[in-house]
Design a protein around this ligand. Sequence first.
Ligand SMILES: C[S@@+](CC[C@H](N)C(=O)[O-])C[C@H]1O[C@@H](n2cnc3c(N)ncnc32)[C@H](O)[C@@H]1O
Length: 266
Amino acid sequence: MGWVKPYYTTAGEYWGPPGVEKIHLDRLAILERFCGSSPLRVLELGAGYGEAASVMADAGHSVVALEFSPTRIPHIQELARRQHVGRLTALEADFYAVDLPKEFDAVCYWDGFGVGSDSDQRRLLRTIASEWVKPEGVVLIDVFNPYRWTVESGKEWALNRNHESHRYHQRRRFNFDPIHGCFLDTWCPIDDTTGEPNEQMAITQKVRCYNPADFKLLLEGTGLELELAEVAGVPVDFTSAGSDRSHPIWNAWSYLVKLSVVGTPN
Ligand SMILES: C[S@@+](CC[C@H](N)C(=O)[O-])C[C@H]1O[C@@H](n2cnc3c(N)ncnc32)[C@H](O)[C@@H]1O
């Protein structure tokens, strides 16, 4: 997993905080749909620039936004200094190394689960179950969907600075490793004067995808169980044949899982 911190740190230099977007409001809506709107104690793992955490804190929740990238954490710290109805705490830490109390009503990991090996994912899931989330608490995770990433493999296009915080024009390229079930996502800055990509500056993230049945297998022995999986609010039906082309999972980059604690991890 040696690439993970340098990748997200450099990525944070290539483009900056996005500001609050619809997706951050959607995450608050997901949290409150499953856990209610009374003030919650929330742990957000891999919180990025902290925008979703800040929106949750504005809604009255007490949120710990955990992030280890030195180019991202300062923005969370800045958001944490602002006034919120609830509370936002920026925690600079590696979630594989941090000690936290078992006091969270909800643990969320948006748009980042899957770095490292299957045993790395299991280790994280076990820690969430045994150390962080309350017995009656909820775990919400976006899981990357292999089908869409496979379909998009080979796609390459140039990105404008589609946000003022983006430092470079970039070339983005998708690939897929069918042996290990990982997507590869490469960002390469484009020189503004020559229009050429600077390959030496290219960075790639390699992230594990799981189809819903395989994610269920991953959970075995972690102390967590799948309560539901859904795409844009549409449930994934494990009793179906799975071939209904109208289901949004055919098109989704990721799906959301809601997990509950079932016992002591093996
Ligand atoms: C794909 S980004 C998603 C960021 C944010 N959740 C979002 O949706 O915009 C994954 C984030 O997880 C962070 N991250 C990855 N591994 C981590 C670890 N072991 N400890 C803390 N943060 C980690 C990265 O630095 C990065 O900011």
